[in-house]
Ligand binder design. Structure first.
Ligand SMILES: Nc1ncnc2c1ncn2[C@@H]1O[C@H](COP(=O)(O)OP(=O)(O)OP(=O)(O)O)[C@@H](O)[C@H]1O
Ligand SMILES: [Mg+2]
Length: 305
Protein backbone atom coordinates (compact mmCIF):
# COMPACT_ATOMS: atom_id res chain seq x y z
CA UNK A 1 0.00 0.00 0.00
CA UNK A 2 1.36 3.40 -0.88
CA UNK A 3 0.80 6.79 0.76
CA UNK A 4 -1.81 7.66 -1.84
CA UNK A 5 -3.96 4.78 -0.69
CA UNK A 6 -3.80 5.88 2.91
CA UNK A 7 -4.53 9.59 3.21
CA UNK A 8 -3.58 9.61 6.88
CA UNK A 9 -0.07 8.51 5.99
CA UNK A 10 0.50 11.92 4.46
CA UNK A 11 -0.99 13.90 7.36
CA UNK A 12 1.34 15.96 9.49
CA UNK A 13 2.04 14.77 13.04
CA UNK A 14 -0.14 17.60 14.39
CA UNK A 15 -3.01 16.48 12.21
CA UNK A 16 -2.62 12.87 13.29
CA UNK A 17 -2.60 13.90 16.92
CA UNK A 18 -5.94 15.69 16.54
CA UNK A 19 -8.91 13.69 17.74
CA UNK A 20 -11.57 13.06 15.06
CA UNK A 21 -14.19 15.13 16.90
CA UNK A 22 -11.82 18.09 17.19
CA UNK A 23 -11.03 17.92 13.53
CA UNK A 24 -14.64 18.50 12.65
CA UNK A 25 -15.41 21.08 15.28
CA UNK A 26 -15.74 24.53 13.82
CA UNK A 27 -14.75 23.33 10.39
CA UNK A 28 -11.23 22.68 11.68
CA UNK A 29 -9.40 20.81 9.00
CA UNK A 30 -6.51 18.43 9.52
CA UNK A 31 -3.43 20.55 8.88
CA UNK A 32 -2.33 18.49 5.88
CA UNK A 33 -5.50 19.14 3.90
CA UNK A 34 -4.97 22.89 4.16
CA UNK A 35 -1.96 22.53 1.95
CA UNK A 36 -4.38 22.00 -0.90
CA UNK A 37 -7.00 24.53 0.07
CA UNK A 38 -7.74 27.51 -2.09
CA UNK A 39 -7.42 29.78 0.93
CA UNK A 40 -3.81 28.64 1.27
CA UNK A 41 -3.31 29.08 -2.45
CA UNK A 42 -4.70 32.60 -2.28
CA UNK A 43 -2.33 33.41 0.60
CA UNK A 44 0.53 32.19 -1.52
CA UNK A 45 -0.65 34.40 -4.37
CA UNK A 46 -1.63 31.44 -6.55
CA UNK A 47 -4.84 31.67 -8.57
CA UNK A 48 -7.84 29.72 -7.33
CA UNK A 49 -8.64 26.73 -9.41
CA UNK A 50 -12.21 26.17 -10.56
CA UNK A 51 -13.82 22.80 -11.06
CA UNK A 52 -17.17 24.11 -12.27
CA UNK A 53 -17.92 27.54 -13.66
CA UNK A 54 -21.72 27.68 -13.75
CA UNK A 55 -23.20 30.55 -15.76
CA UNK A 56 -26.93 31.21 -16.06
CA UNK A 57 -27.94 27.62 -15.42
CA UNK A 58 -31.67 26.95 -15.68
CA UNK A 59 -33.14 23.48 -15.29
CA UNK A 60 -36.48 22.31 -16.66
CA UNK A 61 -38.61 19.18 -16.53
CA UNK A 62 -40.79 19.57 -19.63
CA UNK A 63 -42.39 23.02 -19.39
CA UNK A 64 -41.79 23.18 -15.62
CA UNK A 65 -38.82 25.31 -14.61
CA UNK A 66 -37.30 23.68 -11.52
CA UNK A 67 -34.31 25.99 -11.14
CA UNK A 68 -33.99 29.70 -12.03
CA UNK A 69 -30.91 31.41 -13.42
CA UNK A 70 -27.97 30.15 -11.32
CA UNK A 71 -24.41 31.39 -11.49
CA UNK A 72 -21.75 29.98 -9.19
CA UNK A 73 -18.15 28.77 -9.14
CA UNK A 74 -17.17 25.49 -7.51
CA UNK A 75 -13.54 25.42 -6.44
CA UNK A 76 -11.05 22.61 -6.56
CA UNK A 77 -10.22 20.60 -3.41
CA UNK A 78 -13.09 22.12 -1.50
CA UNK A 79 -16.37 20.84 -0.13
CA UNK A 80 -19.28 22.88 -1.43
CA UNK A 81 -22.62 22.38 0.30
CA UNK A 82 -26.01 22.97 -1.33
CA UNK A 83 -28.71 23.69 1.25
CA UNK A 84 -32.32 24.86 1.20
CA UNK A 85 -35.88 23.68 1.72
CA UNK A 86 -37.36 20.64 0.03
CA UNK A 87 -38.10 21.17 -3.66
CA UNK A 88 -35.72 24.12 -4.14
CA UNK A 89 -33.76 22.18 -6.75
CA UNK A 90 -30.65 20.97 -4.90
CA UNK A 91 -30.77 17.47 -6.37
CA UNK A 92 -31.60 18.88 -9.80
CA UNK A 93 -28.57 21.21 -9.74
CA UNK A 94 -26.33 18.40 -8.48
CA UNK A 95 -27.49 16.13 -11.31
CA UNK A 96 -26.73 18.88 -13.85
CA UNK A 97 -23.07 18.72 -12.78
CA UNK A 98 -22.57 15.25 -14.27
CA UNK A 99 -25.38 15.22 -16.83
CA UNK A 100 -27.37 12.75 -14.79
CA UNK A 101 -30.49 14.74 -15.74
CA UNK A 102 -29.96 13.56 -19.34
CA UNK A 103 -31.31 10.21 -18.17
CA UNK A 104 -34.64 11.78 -17.14
CA UNK A 105 -37.13 12.16 -19.97
CA UNK A 106 -38.10 15.78 -20.60
CA UNK A 107 -35.26 17.18 -18.48
CA UNK A 108 -33.19 19.91 -20.11
CA UNK A 109 -30.86 22.71 -19.12
CA UNK A 110 -30.04 26.18 -20.36
CA UNK A 111 -26.89 28.14 -19.62
CA UNK A 112 -23.42 26.67 -19.37
CA UNK A 113 -21.48 24.51 -16.95
CA UNK A 114 -17.77 24.58 -17.65
CA UNK A 115 -15.78 21.78 -16.09
CA UNK A 116 -12.07 22.73 -16.12
CA UNK A 117 -13.06 25.15 -18.85
CA UNK A 118 -14.93 22.61 -21.00
CA UNK A 119 -18.68 22.99 -21.57
CA UNK A 120 -19.96 19.60 -20.36
CA UNK A 121 -23.10 20.01 -22.47
CA UNK A 122 -20.99 20.72 -25.56
CA UNK A 123 -21.61 18.76 -28.78
CA UNK A 124 -18.45 16.70 -28.66
CA UNK A 125 -18.63 15.76 -24.98
CA UNK A 126 -19.41 12.15 -24.11
CA UNK A 127 -21.83 12.04 -21.13
CA UNK A 128 -20.47 8.66 -20.05
CA UNK A 129 -16.99 10.14 -19.73
CA UNK A 130 -18.48 13.09 -17.83
CA UNK A 131 -20.02 10.66 -15.31
CA UNK A 132 -16.75 8.75 -14.97
CA UNK A 133 -14.88 11.90 -14.02
CA UNK A 134 -17.69 13.29 -11.93
CA UNK A 135 -18.91 10.47 -9.71
CA UNK A 136 -22.10 10.40 -7.70
CA UNK A 137 -23.10 9.01 -4.31
CA UNK A 138 -26.81 8.83 -3.63
CA UNK A 139 -28.98 9.38 -0.58
CA UNK A 140 -29.69 5.71 -0.02
CA UNK A 141 -26.70 3.37 -0.21
CA UNK A 142 -27.22 1.46 -3.45
CA UNK A 143 -24.64 -1.33 -3.68
CA UNK A 144 -25.02 -3.75 -6.58
CA UNK A 145 -26.28 -7.26 -5.71
CA UNK A 146 -22.72 -8.50 -5.92
CA UNK A 147 -19.83 -9.23 -3.61
CA UNK A 148 -17.94 -6.40 -1.88
CA UNK A 149 -15.02 -7.00 -4.27
CA UNK A 150 -17.16 -7.00 -7.41
CA UNK A 151 -18.94 -3.82 -6.39
CA UNK A 152 -15.61 -2.01 -6.54
CA UNK A 153 -14.23 -3.88 -9.56
CA UNK A 154 -17.37 -3.42 -11.68
CA UNK A 155 -16.69 0.11 -12.97
CA UNK A 156 -12.96 -0.36 -13.62
CA UNK A 157 -13.65 -3.64 -15.49
CA UNK A 158 -16.15 -1.90 -17.77
CA UNK A 159 -13.62 0.88 -18.34
CA UNK A 160 -11.07 -1.79 -19.35
CA UNK A 161 -8.78 -1.31 -16.35
CA UNK A 162 -5.52 -3.14 -17.05
CA UNK A 163 -3.79 -2.83 -13.68
CA UNK A 164 -3.86 -5.13 -10.66
CA UNK A 165 -7.52 -5.33 -9.63
CA UNK A 166 -6.75 -6.64 -6.11
CA UNK A 167 -4.61 -3.58 -5.45
CA UNK A 168 -7.22 -1.21 -6.87
CA UNK A 169 -9.97 -2.73 -4.72
CA UNK A 170 -7.79 -2.49 -1.61
CA UNK A 171 -6.78 1.07 -2.38
CA UNK A 172 -10.36 2.20 -3.02
CA UNK A 173 -11.65 0.56 0.17
CA UNK A 174 -8.75 2.03 2.15
CA UNK A 175 -9.48 5.53 0.89
CA UNK A 176 -13.12 5.08 1.83
CA UNK A 177 -12.03 4.08 5.36
CA UNK A 178 -13.65 0.66 4.98
CA UNK A 179 -10.80 -1.74 4.25
CA UNK A 180 -10.18 -2.90 7.81
CA UNK A 181 -13.85 -3.68 8.30
CA UNK A 182 -14.32 -5.69 5.10
CA UNK A 183 -10.92 -7.17 4.23
CA UNK A 184 -12.12 -10.61 5.39
CA UNK A 185 -15.51 -10.23 3.70
CA UNK A 186 -14.50 -9.35 0.15
CA UNK A 187 -16.37 -12.31 -1.37
CA UNK A 188 -19.50 -11.80 0.73
CA UNK A 189 -22.54 -9.97 -0.56
CA UNK A 190 -22.46 -6.19 -0.17
CA UNK A 191 -25.95 -6.49 1.27
CA UNK A 192 -24.43 -8.17 4.34
CA UNK A 193 -22.79 -4.86 5.32
CA UNK A 194 -24.38 -2.30 7.66
CA UNK A 195 -25.97 0.82 6.17
CA UNK A 196 -22.97 2.99 7.05
CA UNK A 197 -20.59 0.40 5.59
CA UNK A 198 -22.72 0.17 2.44
CA UNK A 199 -22.52 3.95 2.04
CA UNK A 200 -18.73 3.87 2.39
CA UNK A 201 -18.71 0.99 -0.12
CA UNK A 202 -20.60 3.23 -2.55
CA UNK A 203 -18.03 5.97 -1.98
CA UNK A 204 -15.23 3.41 -2.59
CA UNK A 205 -17.03 2.31 -5.76
CA UNK A 206 -17.26 5.92 -6.93
CA UNK A 207 -13.55 6.45 -6.20
CA UNK A 208 -12.44 3.25 -7.98
CA UNK A 209 -12.93 4.74 -11.44
CA UNK A 210 -10.59 7.65 -10.55
CA UNK A 211 -13.06 10.50 -10.70
CA UNK A 212 -12.06 14.06 -10.06
CA UNK A 213 -15.26 15.24 -8.40
CA UNK A 214 -17.69 13.50 -6.07
CA UNK A 215 -21.29 14.63 -6.02
CA UNK A 216 -23.09 13.50 -2.88
CA UNK A 217 -26.85 13.81 -2.45
CA UNK A 218 -27.68 13.65 1.26
CA UNK A 219 -25.19 10.81 1.76
CA UNK A 220 -25.75 10.58 5.52
CA UNK A 221 -29.51 10.93 5.74
CA UNK A 222 -30.05 7.24 6.46
CA UNK A 223 -27.08 6.88 8.82
CA UNK A 224 -26.68 7.06 12.58
CA UNK A 225 -24.53 9.84 14.13
CA UNK A 226 -21.40 7.68 14.35
CA UNK A 227 -21.58 6.53 10.73
CA UNK A 228 -22.35 10.14 9.77
CA UNK A 229 -19.24 11.35 11.57
CA UNK A 230 -17.12 8.72 9.78
CA UNK A 231 -18.44 9.83 6.39
CA UNK A 232 -17.81 13.49 7.29
CA UNK A 233 -14.22 12.74 8.30
CA UNK A 234 -13.82 10.76 5.12
CA UNK A 235 -15.08 13.65 3.02
CA UNK A 236 -12.58 16.01 4.60
CA UNK A 237 -9.77 13.54 3.91
CA UNK A 238 -10.94 13.07 0.33
CA UNK A 239 -10.58 16.78 -0.46
CA UNK A 240 -6.85 16.16 -0.79
CA UNK A 241 -7.55 14.27 -4.00
CA UNK A 242 -11.06 15.27 -4.95
CA UNK A 243 -13.51 18.12 -4.99
CA UNK A 244 -16.86 17.43 -3.37
CA UNK A 245 -20.31 18.91 -3.82
CA UNK A 246 -22.75 17.75 -1.15
CA UNK A 247 -26.48 18.27 -0.74
CA UNK A 248 -27.51 18.17 2.89
CA UNK A 249 -30.53 19.02 5.03
CA UNK A 250 -28.32 18.89 8.08
CA UNK A 251 -27.20 22.44 8.91
CA UNK A 252 -24.59 21.23 11.38
CA UNK A 253 -23.16 18.99 8.72
CA UNK A 254 -22.89 21.82 6.20
CA UNK A 255 -21.27 24.01 8.87
CA UNK A 256 -18.89 21.23 9.98
CA UNK A 257 -17.58 20.00 6.67
CA UNK A 258 -18.04 22.52 3.91
CA UNK A 259 -15.81 25.37 2.76
CA UNK A 260 -18.54 27.14 0.84
CA UNK A 261 -22.30 26.97 1.03
CA UNK A 262 -24.99 27.75 -1.52
CA UNK A 263 -28.43 28.52 -0.13
CA UNK A 264 -31.41 27.95 -2.43
CA UNK A 265 -35.05 28.80 -1.81
CA UNK A 266 -38.32 28.22 -3.68
CA UNK A 267 -40.24 31.07 -5.31
CA UNK A 268 -43.94 30.35 -5.86
CA UNK A 269 -45.42 32.12 -8.90
CA UNK A 270 -49.06 33.16 -9.25
CA UNK A 271 -49.60 30.13 -11.45
CA UNK A 272 -48.45 27.96 -8.55
CA UNK A 273 -45.18 27.08 -10.30
CA UNK A 274 -42.47 26.49 -7.67
CA UNK A 275 -39.05 27.39 -8.99
CA UNK A 276 -35.82 27.05 -7.03
CA UNK A 277 -33.49 30.03 -6.86
CA UNK A 278 -29.98 30.55 -5.57
CA UNK A 279 -30.24 33.18 -2.83
CA UNK A 280 -26.67 33.36 -1.59
CA UNK A 281 -23.38 31.62 -2.19
CA UNK A 282 -20.39 32.38 -0.02
CA UNK A 283 -17.88 30.86 2.34
CA UNK A 284 -19.59 28.64 4.88
CA UNK A 285 -18.38 30.97 7.59
CA UNK A 286 -20.17 33.96 6.06
CA UNK A 287 -23.36 32.00 5.33
CA UNK A 288 -23.57 30.70 8.89
CA UNK A 289 -22.32 33.70 10.85
CA UNK A 290 -22.95 36.78 8.76
CA UNK A 291 -25.21 36.11 5.77
CA UNK A 292 -25.98 39.06 3.54
CA UNK A 293 -29.55 38.03 2.76
CA UNK A 294 -32.33 37.94 5.35
CA UNK A 295 -33.79 34.82 3.69
CA UNK A 296 -30.52 33.00 4.34
CA UNK A 297 -30.46 34.11 7.95
CA UNK A 298 -34.07 33.04 8.50
CA UNK A 299 -33.31 29.63 7.07
CA UNK A 300 -30.14 28.90 8.94
CA UNK A 301 -31.63 30.09 12.22
CA UNK A 302 -34.64 27.85 11.68
CA UNK A 303 -37.25 30.58 11.16
CA UNK A 304 -38.14 29.29 7.71
CA UNK A 305 -38.13 26.03 5.78
N1 LIG B 1 -37.72 13.61 -12.49
C1 LIG B 1 -38.46 14.70 -12.30
N2 LIG B 1 -39.49 14.99 -13.11
C2 LIG B 1 -40.25 16.10 -12.92
N3 LIG B 1 -40.06 16.99 -11.93
C3 LIG B 1 -39.04 16.75 -11.10
C4 LIG B 1 -38.19 15.60 -11.22
N4 LIG B 1 -37.27 15.64 -10.23
C5 LIG B 1 -37.53 16.75 -9.51
N5 LIG B 1 -38.59 17.42 -10.03
C6 LIG B 1 -39.16 18.68 -9.52
O1 LIG B 1 -38.15 19.68 -9.52
C7 LIG B 1 -38.21 20.46 -8.35
C8 LIG B 1 -36.88 20.39 -7.62
O2 LIG B 1 -36.70 19.05 -7.17
P1 LIG B 1 -35.36 18.55 -6.49
O3 LIG B 1 -35.49 17.09 -6.32
O4 LIG B 1 -34.22 19.05 -7.26
O5 LIG B 1 -35.45 19.32 -5.08
P2 LIG B 1 -34.55 19.16 -3.78
O6 LIG B 1 -34.13 20.54 -3.38
O7 LIG B 1 -33.49 18.15 -4.01
O8 LIG B 1 -35.61 18.63 -2.71
P3 LIG B 1 -35.41 17.61 -1.47
O9 LIG B 1 -34.74 18.41 -0.40
O10 LIG B 1 -36.83 17.25 -1.10
O11 LIG B 1 -34.62 16.44 -1.95
C9 LIG B 1 -39.38 19.93 -7.52
O12 LIG B 1 -40.50 20.73 -7.76
C10 LIG B 1 -39.59 18.54 -8.08
O13 LIG B 1 -40.93 18.15 -7.97
MG1 LIG C 1 -33.08 16.26 -3.19
Amino acid sequence: MNDQANPDATASPEAQATAPGERLAGRGRPAASLVYSNARRAEAGEPESLIFDVQGLKAFYGSFQAVADTTMAIREHEITALIGPSGCGKTTVLRCFNRMNDLIEGARVEGTIRYHGIDIYGDKVDPVEVRRRIGMVFQKPNPFPKSVFDNIAFGPRIAGYKGNMNDLVQESLTRAALWDEVKDKLRESAYALSGGQQQRLCIARAIATSPDVLLMDEPCSSLDPIATLRIEELMIQLTRDYSIVIVTHNMQQAARVSDRTAFFTVDVKETGMRTGRLVEFDTTEVIFTNPRQKQTEDYITGRFG
